[in-house]
Design a protein around this ligand. Structure first.
Ligand SMILES: [Mn+2]
Length: 481
């Protein structure tokens, strides 16, 4: 045995810490070349190229426009009370374009007619300056050097150089297109300070909001994003099964919430994507019930609307199940009616239809199902049936899903679905406890069934197919408790 090895400790090369996980420091999360698990530097560059191409195309007819400058602030750290921050979540547009996870940063993208088409822009990232004292308390920062190495932008600088950079740009250029989200500015101080000044100087030709462009890009997922969407939905699906098995008469809604949070995190998710709805019995009829502070009585259904966030990508599922493991006859009738509608809606998620098309079909089908149960009068006129269906399901059939739960809200729901889009399909029926127009056995029952669907050229792919939704599958899982 070589005793000298025991005496002289093995010196490993110094590890450089960044302000976020990196392949060097978190090999269990990232491969070399990835900025975000599964998303490479090259993909981020491709996204910026596509954005710039779309921006330039919109003003192709304006010959005097030589330059475009696109400015994307990151999210800020927000405090709930002195020194106590809320959990930080990065701004989705900023994250989509560079993958940088630190607060109080700004991405500036410059494009000039003279740049080549293969590298049509220069991306500069302005980030918090290295500060040993602050890092002692808050953890490592990447600094300009680290940000450059980590993200692969063209240059990185300290945040305090941003103002000078932008005023220099304005001196050197005029009649440029200024792209910036002035409707929902992510950083108040930057908006009222540097940006207001830049807009006020009027060196630009026009100020355009970035939102529509960004949502247009983000609504269609790349193969790497499809993989992350598949994973985030799979994690939530598995977690739902565990929550079902954990539920029993007398369980607290808050315990089901905690169980969901736990089962998502142990599968790799960072956190739940939104405050979940965990509603026992008639509380399901409050669509955004998030108090989750009641006890679920024997014989009640549980409606849980929950999803998680995995490396910036969200899932959004809803299941409704009997807390004691067996649907009552009335619950079963209403559940089967909702499920029949939901299945047809899922099958309609093709490039032939828009979300609004699916919604109209949902109302018609729900009307028919509820007429069969006598919940809507059988002699009601066609327009009365639709009106009543809209009362019993006051929300849309679904929305786009991605980095944000209600993703790409600037993309209309009346455009045809396209391959690479991910949407939710979530019909529901909510019979209020005091609705005396409906047979007593149905009153107080609220049901929603929500899947996450990937649109393809052919048939839709149900990303949440492993989350049980038939009466038989749910009752079988509940019997395995
Ligand atoms: Mn939803």
């Amino acid at each position: 045995m070589d005793r000298s090895r025991l005496l002289s400790p093995v010196v490993s090369p110094p590890v450089r810490w960044f302000g976020q996980p990196a392949a060097q420091t978190h090999p269990h999360l990232l491969n070399t070349g990835e900025v975000t698990p599964n998303i490479t530097k090259e993909e981020y560059r491709r996204r910026r190229c596509m954005l710039v191409k779309d921006a330039r195309n919109m003003f192709a007819g304006f010959r005097e426009v030589e330059d475009h400058i696109l400015i994307f602030p990151s999210a800020r750290r927000v405090f709930m009370t002195n020194d106590i921050p809320y959990p930080f979540r990065q701004n989705s547009d900023f994250l989509y374009l560079c993958g940088f996870q630190e607060a109080d940063s700004v991405l500036v993208i410059h494009s000039s007619k003279s740049f080549s088409s293969s590298h049509n822009h220069r991306a500069a990232l302005f980030v918090p300056k290295k500060d040993p004292y602050k890092e002692l308390w808050e953890g490592s920062r990447s600094g300009a050097e680290g940000a450059l190495e980590l993200t692969g932008v063209d240059s990185a600088h300290n945040y305090n150089e941003l103002e000078q950079f932008l005023s220099g740009f304005c001196k050197d250029h005029s009649k440029f297109m200024l792209w910036y989200d002035f409707v929902n500015p992510p950083q108040d101080g930057f908006h009222t300070g540097v940006m207001s000044q830049m807009i006020g100087e009027e060196r630009h030709k026009a100020v355009e909001n970035t939102q529509k462009l960004m949502h247009g890009l983000r609504v269609k997922k790349s193969p790497a994003e499809v993989e992350l969407m598949t994973q985030t939905v799979q994690i939530a699906s598995e977690a739902f099964v565990e929550v079902m098995k954990f539920s029993r008469p007398g369980v607290h809604e808050s315990h089901l919430w905690a169980k969901m949070d736990f089962e998502c995190r142990v599968r790799g998710a960072q956190y739940l994507a939104y405050p979940p709805v965990v509603a026992g019995g008639p509380r399901a009829n409050t669509i955004h019930y998030t108090a989750n502070n009641q006890v679920v009585a024997d014989g009640d259904l549980v409606l849980m609307d929950a999803g998680c966030e995995l490396h910036g990508y969200t899932s959004d599922l809803t299941r409704t199940w009997p807390v004691n493991g067996k649907f009552s006859p009335a619950q079963r009738e209403l559940y089967q009616a909702t499920l029949a509608v939901q299945k047809v809606c899922v099958s309609m998620c093709t490039t032939q239809h828009s979300l609004d098309d699916v919604y109209r079909q949902m109302l018609a089908l729900l009307g028919m199902q509820l007429q069969e149960l006598g919940i809507i009068p059988r002699d009601a006129s066609a327009s009365e049936v639709i009106k009543k269906a809209r009362q019993l399901c006051p929300h849309h059939v679904g929305h786009y899903l991605g980095m944000d739960v209600h993703d790409s809200s600037e993309v209309s729901r009346n455009v045809k679905l396209e391959p690479g889009m991910v949407i939710t399909v979530e019909p529901g029926v909510y019979v209020q406890s005091d609705d005396t127009t409906v047979a007593e056995k149905y009153r107080g029952i609220g049901i929603r069934i929500e899947d996450n669907i990937l649109i393809t050229k052919a048939t839709p792919i149900n990303l949440s197919q492993n989350c049980p939704k038939t009466v038989e599958d749910i009752e079988r899982i509940m019997s395995e408790r």
